[in-house]
Design a protein around this ligand. Structure first.
Ligand code: 4AZ
Length: 256
């Protein structure tokens, strides 16, 4: 993946400023965090493609999961399962089949705008499981700059001694939108469907494998892990899909 970034940077330089650089989707994962158990964020699920963990996601009801479009677009529902109610992506809890993917019609793979997908689930037996449903923000509801947000997932930790087999969590402050757009100017900036979070000095972030998972203000799902330049890089906050910006669409596809 790093090669891809270097390549896209070189490409962008070569093309001068005529076009924006390709949006980077990089390596890393929950970086600078700590292991948690599923009871500390019971809305978290592991999205599995052909049986392997590929992304995170959040339960919003018994029947629906909210994840990133880039995790599910163009993928047959029959090849997607989720694991509910486990601190481990590879064991425990319950595996549940996805029956339908409903990605945002305005999702744009080049700009990563509207990176939202609602997954519909088969009926599943909740007996004995630790799970919960995320609260959703109201349409257009904003998050104040500097608000501490929690991001969780089974993505890479960028080191070999912090295992990714157990769910991890880190806390990042919400970044000012204009500041985030300036940071990503060479990538075309960020759209109103995006919300950024990160420390100026870096060190804490989501990363590949965390995509689709929750960014939360307390128990409210304000964001979905989406993209960024590297992971936990100083002055490059993580970029997340802004749930409040598509609140009405979520209601129209799920009734929630
Ligand atoms: C990814 O590739 C990805 N640091 C997710 C989140 C971030 C970067 C990359 C944010 O899925």
């Amino acid at each position: 993946m790093y090669r891809l970034i270097v390549l896209s940077c070189l490409l962008a330089l070569a093309q001068s400023s005529a076009r924006f650089m390709q949006k980077p989707m990089l390596d890393g994962r929950i970086v600078g965090g700590e292991a948690i158990t599923i009871d500390e964020n019971p809305i978290q699920i592991s999205l599995q493609r052909s049986g392997s963990h590929s992304c995170g996601g959040s339960l919003i009801s018994e029947r629906y999961v909210l994840t990133a479009a880039h995790c599910a677009v163009g993928v047959k529902a029959s090849s997607l399962t989720i694991r509910i109610g486990s601190s481990f992506y590879a064991s425990g809890g319950r595996k549940v089949q996805v029956t339908k993917t409903n990605c945002h019609p305005q999702y744009n793979a080049a700009t990563i705008d509207y990176d939202f997908c609602v997954l519909e689930l088969e009926d599943w037996d909740p007996t004995g499981l630790t799970y919960g449903f995320a609260k959703l923000p109201e349409a257009g509801q904003d998050v104040a700059d500097g608000t501490l947000l929690r991001v969780t997932g089974w993505g890479n930790t960028q080191n070999s001694y912090e295992s990714r087999s157990q769910l991890r969590s880190t806390i990042v402050p919400k970044t000012n939108q204009d500041e985030c757009s300036r940071a990503y100017k060479s990538y075309g900036g960020v759209t109103p469907r995006m919300i950024c979070a990160g420390l100026k000095e870096g060190g804490k972030d989501a990363c590949q494998g965390d995509s689709g998972g929750p960014l939360m203000e307390d128990d409210i799902l304000v964001g979905i892990v989406s993209w960024g330049y590297g992971c936990a890089v100083a002055n490059y906050p993580g970029v997340h899909s802004r749930v409040a910006s598509v609140r009405d669409w979520i209601k129209s596809v799920s009734g929630i």
